[in-house]
Design a protein around this ligand. Structure first.
Ligand code: GAP
Length: 433
């Protein structure tokens, strides 16, 4: 993890949030490469979950919602973690995180102290905010604790403004906020994070809903593999009865084999009719669906896939990190790599080479995210691109001026081939299919 965290900072993937003011625990800022990585992950998710499907649409709901939403969803009452406080130093921890508790006890043992803890209390994770322009007359609201509810409160709007028929899904990507008691493991557990979710509405039928549940569960697992996570580092884990969230009829996690243990990457939940029936009860609005063909009216059940963009980015980075002798290579799938191509002139002091290389760089930039480098020698430039996961490097040399071709070097095999300059775009497009 130390190597990943250091590479992320040094090369511009992730920085500690508001670092020049001493930071803010549990917040992270994505640098130029991290922003590209996250953007690519979201784009691949959107393609797979929305664009390539006939039965899913996307929305983008507000982060701030009427506080009644969170009463209806059960978050004001049930969205809690057990909290204990160390009686010596008054630091607070999650009572159910044995490893963190033990680590803290060891810290005190080193100082010849014996840590003792307060009784475990329930701590609500919703982040409260004040809204209003007149001092003293502010209203309380919450930053959304999950992006889910923005979809469910719009169920009728979406139905009435589209031609969707059950079964159908509504996808969304956006920020969520939780007052985590012990944020940690780099970006893994943050206070502010991004989720990518599908709420899939199905007929309230045990067999049909479980068929859909299995379908989405397997599709999501396959998505991580298709983008290069090693199968041995992925597994499913079923939630035990006492872990089930207040809304869940069934829940499995996709877990990743991180350096800090097997950890949740994405949650797959059978939410039953929890959300829509609660919003019907609390808002007084009808949330039912009417099937014109069968004349049946019902509150649909919901199958949810809920992944974290930050966790996916972290696990893709960890999985891709490879050390081969003195070469560090991020073997990221080219689809999510921040740069697809880097272009270099063989020598920075030969204007003809620089001019042709720069023209190729500008041309390729119209279609791909492309890096430019003319510092140091070619070997160093290759190593520098390997470390940030750039799949291909293009070098313009003296032969390029004569023959109109360039060397394309592959990140993973380090093999080089000559490609005609006017075939480069097709060459990379083919590789990225
Ligand atoms: N709507 C259901 C829901 O929010 P969840 O299991 O609480 O379910 C879903 O969260 C996903 O959101 C997690 O699998 C994880 O990827 C991400 N996530 C949750 N809390 C997080 C945190 N504090 N920091 C980073 N990611 C988080």
């Amino acid at each position: 993890m130390e190597k990943i965290v250091s590479l992320c900072k040094r090369r511009g993937f992730v920085y500690p949030g508001s670092e020049i003011y001493g930071g803010l625990k549990g917040t992270w800022d994505y640098g130029p490469l991290g922003a590209e990585l996250k953007f690519n992950i979201k784009q691949e998710w959107w393609k797979s979950m929305v664009r390539n499907r006939e039965d899913v649409v996307g929305i983008s709901a507000s982060i701030l919602m009427n506080p009644k939403v969170w009463e209806a969803s059960g978050h004001t009452a049930g969205f809690t973690d057990p909290l204990v406080e160390c009686k010596i130093c008054h630091q607070r921890f999650r009572a159910d995180q044995d490893d963190v508790i033990k680590e803290h006890e060891k810290f005190h043992e080193k100082n010849k102290e014996k840590a003792s803890w307060t009784e475990s209390k329930k701590f609500n994770l919703l982040v409260e905010v004040k809204i209003g322009v007149v001092e003293g007359e502010k209203d309380s609201a919450y930053l959304r604790g999950e992006i889910t509810q923005g979809v469910h409160v719009n169920f009728k709007n979406i139905l009435n403004s589209s031609r969707l028929k059950i079964p159908f899904g509504v996808a969304q990507i956006g920020k969520a906020f939780r007052n985590e008691i012990t944020p940690g493991n780099f970006t893994y557990r943050s206070i502010e994070f991004e989720q990518m979710e599908l709420q899939y509405y199905v007929k309230p039928d045990e067999k049909e809903s479980m068929r859909q549940y299995e379908f989405w569960k397997n599709l999501r697992f396959a998505w991580y593999k298709s983008l290069g996570i090693k199968p041995k580092n992925l597994r499913f884990r079923e939630h035990t009865k006492d872990e089930l969230a207040h809304y869940a009829r069934a829940a499995w996690d996709i877990e990743y084999n991180a350096p800090f243990g097997w950890k949740e990457c994405e949650g797959l939940h059978h939410r039953g009719d929890w959300d829509l029936s609660r919003h019907q009860e609390f808002s007084g609005q009808d949330m039912s669906y009417f099937n014109e063909e069968t004349k049946e009216r019902y509150i649909p059940w919901v199958i949810e896939t809920s992944g974290g963009v930050d966790r996916a980015a972290l696990f893709f980075l960890i999985d891709a990190y490879t050390q081969e002798g003195d070469r560090i290579v991020l073997k990221l799938n080219p689809k999510i790599a921040p740069f697809k191509v880097a272009v270099f002139p063989l020598l920075a002091n030969k204007p003809q080479l620089v001019e042709l290389a720069h023209k190729i760089y500008i041309d390729l930039k119209k279609d791909f995210n492309v890096a430019w480098d003319e510092r140091g020698n070619i070997g160093k430039r290759y190593y520098s691109q390997d470390e940030i996961g750039t799949p291909w490097c293009v070098t313009v040399d003296f032969d390029s001026l004569e023959k109109g071709d360039v060397t394309v070097r592959n990140r993973d095999t380090m093999k080089q081939e000559r490609i005609k300059i006017d075939e480069l775009k097709n060459y990379f497009e083919d590789k990225l299919k």
